[in-house]
Design a protein around this ligand. Structure first.
Ligand code: ATP
Ligand code: MG
Length: 865
């Protein structure tokens, strides 16, 4: 029998071509595959009378003598599917317009042309062979041509397609029918998407505004989605909406707004898109629909609230006490508020006292003492008119918990730091929402790390941890090894910072263990932490698992017992959230709550929640330091939030002391150049040094610095001041007074001296002497730390000469010594120094090359024969 083969998911062109083949070969029957496109189904229904007799089903197949392939040239696939019916004698004829990917055997007859539709090829043959066509035949044949050429608009359309269509129209093809069937396709797909969009509508109420999020998944690009959104009524009624269409991991966002105070153009620009405040769009890769939604919600919240006034959010429930009060007099007030406001005779604010401090004092029997002794008066205060965004910047300046609100100096309210952050970033509304990286549903993973731990740690430390685990069990606590060391165990990198977290009471555990062993220890009651010093000198830090939560603006933070998970959630990056349990019975179990293991494997730095960089801008620097050090990348949301935090100048308000510390770490890292390049890329350097720019010259100096520092340290066995050197390379274009201010600002006091010395000698080498001995005269008073910079920033040739001279200087003593001179019979005298210097000068200029030559020279020049 003769069979026309269509591949799975066949479209209209395959059907039209197959139909054409049956017109050319009346005995051929079309084998309709089980899966076909919607339009093929529609066409089959419409033309069932024509097609019914020309199709065959699989169960009716017999041995095939001629096999036609319609709109496909994948003959192997066809042969495989029909192998029971194919013989050596089966003739294969291909009608197709796709490029041939695999070489076809010689005996296959190919009717393969580069046309817009395969149907065009059969229609031409029909035309040539003058096969009669009815109007319905013509319509069926035309369907494939119209669909595959997008009604002649795709650029694959050829002249032949148009000619074939023209011929079919002449033969009576009906355009209305074609249009109905082809357009039905778009409707079907649109309906599918609209259906999803309606199903997935989620409301987000922001004060008086109703915002809709909805999403759909689709496996291919659908043009013009925005054109039919008007059909979805709730969208039209909302104040703003965000429609997210995810196609194969790429999400297109369509955003509309009716209100100026929801600027969708700005929001889309944060996601790399853009538009007007009323209509905008963006395309995002690498984020899930949920992550995008969370992100947009966060931005909406912070946009909506940032110009709001503190007055609207503060707690007015404050307690004031006159400044000449004794503790005992206000005993009953202490439990009513976490802070008391102290005022003078005129009712003006003079400071606060913390209730917990007073309580503690009472506990120790201190009663008749004036509260003035406990007043904290240098604190940041707000006015009722202060906006939340101003407040946000100010709170990062200190670690202060409570911010008094004063009107003309009189206390009117109080607000606490976390509350401000929460209002701006959403946690007040739904504490779940801030889990930006939607990790809340991730189940913790467990792995046995005992063997790895044993291999990694020095034996005695491993032993200590085991014993601490035992005591922990005895006390009913759970104890975990956490932080950088666990990350480094996974990475196989060296680290010996032993940080433990105790679910229970770290101080109690530390005391118990240290006393048992007779080791010295410190406790820090306020922080619930302790430190034990081992007999071998190492230190073990123990901290009680804690979290801070606030329920309303003036409330006490709850820092009591927390779970290890809550404690780890406060950390900077997922890669730092791994914990290894030490408690007896569970010793060595690694717990991964936030996918840290996967992020280490994927080489990713990810923050744990949306607030991270705002809560603590220092994490901006830490993120880039880890990225540079480990060769990791920033996760997408992390990268965006980092950029946002840098753009918002969060580093400006970070404590300068902590910036100093972080920069110190970064500049001492082995991968310092990578870190600096990242800091340049993310404009962190610009944020720290306003006049900063990177160009080729600076890049070259930085790279050469790194190499030069290494060679100096190796050759001369010294430690070079890296920090000053890199700081100089970053600021060499600035006048000294500006660099000086920067150094002061960030507390690089050691570098001030370095800079001064450098600026003093900087011009010394403007003229370079020809002889090495003369060059030596110029540089011999400059310290090596600074010579490093001079070498790295000069011509290579000069740099090599200086290094050579310095190496020779190291050998000066070996060349000839006072002892040698004595042995040569020269009596000790100040002449020795002159001789040694003279020999060295000749050595520098290559007139003397060895110890032997030095001796000969001395004999000849200084010892009369
Ligand atoms: P390193 O190898 O540089 O010592 P580390 O990860 O051990 O890296 P540390 O500065 O020693 O870093 O801090 C110990 C742990 O404390 C970190 O693993 C991290 O989880 C946490 N941490 C440090 N700084 C921050 C911060 N700014 N915000 C949140 N968590 C932090
Ligand atoms: Mg560490």
């Amino acid at each position: 029998m003769q069979v026309v083969f269509l591949s799975d998911g066949a479209d209209l062109d395959a059907l039209s071509t197959g139909y054409g083949i049956t017109l050319l070969y009346p005995e051929a029957k079309i084998l309709i595959p089980s899966a076909v496109s919607t339009t093929v189904k529609l066409a089959y229904k419409r033309f069932e009378n024509l097609l019914k007799n020309r199709t065959v089903s699989y169960k009716d197949l017999k041995e095939i003598d001629t096999l036609f392939l319609s709109d496909t040239n994948n003959y192997k696939n066809a042969v495989k599917k029909l192998k029971e019916f194919i013989t050596d004698k089966t003739k294969i004829i291909i009608y197709d317009h796709h490029p041939v990917r695999e070489k076809l055997p010689k005996n296959i007859i190919r009717k393969i042309k580069n046309t817009g539709a395969a149907a065009t090829i059969v229609v031409n043959e029909i035309k040539k062979k003058k096969v009669e066509l009815s109007p319905d035949d013509s319509t069926v044949l035309a369907l494939g041509i119209y669909e595959d050429t997008g009604s002649f608009t795709y650029n694959s359309t050829t002249e032949k397609d148009l000619q074939a269509a023209a011929y079919l129209l002449k033969k009576g093809a009906d355009l209305d029918t074609i249009k109905n069937i082809i357009e039905e396709r778009i409707d079907q797909e649109q309906i599918y998407i609209i259906h999803q969009l309606v199903e997935n509508i989620q409301y987000f109420i922001l004060k008086d505004k109703k915002i809709i999020f909805t999403f759909a998944y689709y496996d291919r690009y659908i043009p013009d989605i925005s054109a039919f959104l008007h059909m979805i009524k709730p969208l039209q009624e909302a104040d703003a909406f965000f429609v997210l269409i995810n196609e194969k991991g790429k999400t297109s966002i369509i955003a509309r707004s009716k209100r100026k105070d929801i600027d969708v153009g700005k929001i889309m620009s944060y996601l790399g898109g853009g538009g007007h405040y009323t209509a905008a769009s963006a395309t995002v890769k690498g984020l899930t629909v949920q992550e995008i939604k969370n992100y947009i919600e966060g931005v909406l919240l912070s946009e909506a609230y940032k110009n709001k006034k503190i007055a609207d959010f503060m707690s007015k429930d404050i307690i004031t006490v006159p400044k000449n009060t004794q503790i005992i007099q206000i005993k009953e007030l202490i439990d009513k508020a976490p802070v008391l406001f102290v005022i003078n005779e005129k009712g003006k604010f003079t400071g606060i006292v913390l209730s917990r401090v007073l309580k503690e004092s009472l506990r120790h029997g201190i009663e008749n003492v004036n509260i003035e002794n406990f007043v904290i008066d240098s604190i940041i205060t707000f006015e009722p008119e202060t906006t939340l965004s101003e407040a946000e910047k100010m709170i990062t300046l200190s670690s202060q918990e409570y911010f008094p609100v004063l009107k003309n100096g009189i206390p009117v309210g109080v607000i606490n730091r976390t509350y401000i952050i929460k209002i701006l970033h959403g946690q007040v509304f739904d504490s779940e929402k801030d889990i930006f990286i939607s990790r809340e549903r991730i189940k913790p993973k467990f792995m046995n790390y005992e063997k790895k731990l044993q291999k990694y740690l020095p034996e005695h430390i491993f032993h200590h941890l085991k014993e601490i685990g035992k005591i922990s069990k005895k006390l009913g606590f759970s104890t975990y090894l956490v932080g950088g060391i666990v990350r480094d165990i996974v990475l196989g990198k060296k680290n010996l910072d032993i940080d433990l977290i105790v679910e229970g009471d770290a101080i109690k555990l530390a005391k118990e263990y240290a006393k048992e062993k007779g080791y010295p220890f410190h406790t820090f009651d306020e922080f619930m932490t302790a430190q034990i010093t081992l007999d071998t000198g190492e230190k073990i830090d123990l901290a009680t698992a804690r979290k801070e939560t606030y329920t309303h603006p003036g409330a006490y933070p709850k820092v009591e017992k927390a779970t290890i998970k809550e404690d780890l959630y406060r950390r900077d990056f997922t890669i730092n959230t791994l914990a290894i349990e030490l408690t007896e019975g569970k010793f060595g179990i690694l717990i991964d709550f936030f996918n840290g293991l996967k992020d280490i494997k994927d080489k990713m730095i990810r923050i744990l929640h949306q607030l991270s960089f705002i809560e603590d801008p220092i994490r901006i620097l830490r993120a880039l330091r880890f990225a540079g050090r480990l060769g990791f990348r920033l996760g997408k949301p992390t990268e965006k939030l980092l950029k946002l935090a840098v753009d918002e100048n969060m580093l400006d308000v970070a404590p300068t002391g902590r910036i100093n510390l972080e920069l110190n770490y970064s500049l001492n890292e082995e991968k310092v150049i990578d870190i600096l390049m990242l800091m340049n890329r993310y404009r962190v350097l610009h944020s720290l040094i306003p006049e900063f720019y990177m160009d080729e010259k600076r890049e070259e100096i930085l790279n050469r610095l790194r190499d030069t520092i290494m060679s100096f340290e190796m050759f001369f066995d010294i430690k070079i001041d890296r920090v000053s050197n890199y700081l100089l390379a970053l600021t060499y274009h600035l006048p000294f007074d500006i660099s000086y201010k920067l150094l002061e600002k960030y507390h690089f006091s050691k570098s001030v001296k370095f800079f001064e010395e450098y600026y003093e000698v900087k011009d010394i080498l403007r003229e370079i002497p020809e002889k090495d001995s003369d060059l030596y005269k110029k540089i011999k008073f400059i310290r090596k730390d600074i010579l490093v910079y001079i070498c790295a920033s000069s011509e290579i040739e000069l740099s090599e000469r200086i290094i050579k001279i310095l190496k020779k200087e190291e050998e000066k003593q070996l060349l000839i010594s006072g002892k040698d001179l004595k042995e040569l019979g020269i009596p000790p005298s100040p002449l020795y120094k002159k001789i040694i210097d003279d020999v060295f000068k000749k050595y520098l200029d290559d007139e003397i090359r060895s110890k032997k030559e030095a001796f000969e020279y001395v004999k000849q020049r200084y010892i009369q024969p």
